[in-house]
Design a protein around this ligand. Sequence first.
Ligand code: ADP
Ligand code: MG
Length: 359
Amino acid sequence: MKKYAILLLIWAFLFTGCQAGENQNSSVSETSSLIHSADTPEKTELHSADIFAMDTYMNLKVWSSDNGECIKQASERIQELENLFSVTNPESDISRVNSSNGMPVSVSDDTVTVLQKAFQIGNDSKGALDISIYPVLRAWGFTTDSMQVPDNNTLTQLLENVDYSRIQLDGNQVTLPENMMIDLGALAKGYTSNEVIRIFRESGATSAIISLGGNVQALGRKQDGSFWKVGVVNPFSPAENMCVLEIENKAVITSGNYERYFTDDEGNIYWHIIDKNDGYPADNGLVSVTIIGEDGLHCDALSTALFVEGTENAVAHWRQSNDFEMILVTDDNRIIISDGIQDSFTNQSTMPVEVVTHE
Ligand code: ADP
Ligand code: MG
């Protein structure tokens, strides 16, 4: 396996999906600047915030006339969601479920929404997305800073208890069988970006762009009426853009192997997206998957699911759907895009691009 790195570039802004270890503290810094807009009679200001939450760096930019109130609300909402979804905070919904010893636990509506999406995409991907993979992820040390290759016996034993279909959801009551644990890492940021954009929209803002650790979501178009230009960096050459997408009101969410990985003594690279077929990092022909669609939660779930499904199944999955577009990068240097983004996609790499259609 090779070492790949993927970064998302937003036109004019560089956001990187960095990790900063196990630091659970959140921090926020806000700035504002006046925009002179000929089109809007109200004073519209650019408000931005840099936040460290959910173990990643987030950047919010919104053009609003509410003195930045919506960005404060969004920051609070991010904190609230982190407190619900965190696997390390013992008070979180997820921790309470994980320590329930098979007893039902009452969780928030937010957690129910994310769980329902996890089950839906789990089914649609034939189990490629399985939120009960968490104990395997822990055995690899991806949840701490002591990463290691687990022995095969450990993996075999842990995989016996990986099966999200055994989780019961009845209203707000979750019943997780004993010896199982879950984590919403594959979907949490997508749900959070949906919520931030909803807060901005409800505040009256019509133009915003946010990046939650490389997951991008846009409200409307740019302030000047043009499309947002979102770049996806070449995973084989991270200093370069692979392509640029022109979007409005869309999420652009990438799953790759750069956020968390480690190298063993022989130089093999292991990353944080696990295939439950063998308990090893998913290595089914894809090095990055970018999902484009209106719903950040849906896109985030799919980005992880299609990464695990691998090239052929990812294309088949897209063909059976009508609510997302995708950019796949294969480990033999090909770009595969779905035809719905053909007109908004500009290749900036030397990799050949194949366009897949619904046929
Ligand atoms: P990132 O959050 O790094 O941008 P993803 O959205 O693909 O990327 O989520 C990766 C996270 O999903 C992992 O850190 C882990 O918490 C979780 N995960 C890993 N493999 C799976 C899987 N097969 N099914 C569900 N969740 C997974
Ligand atoms: Mg995901």
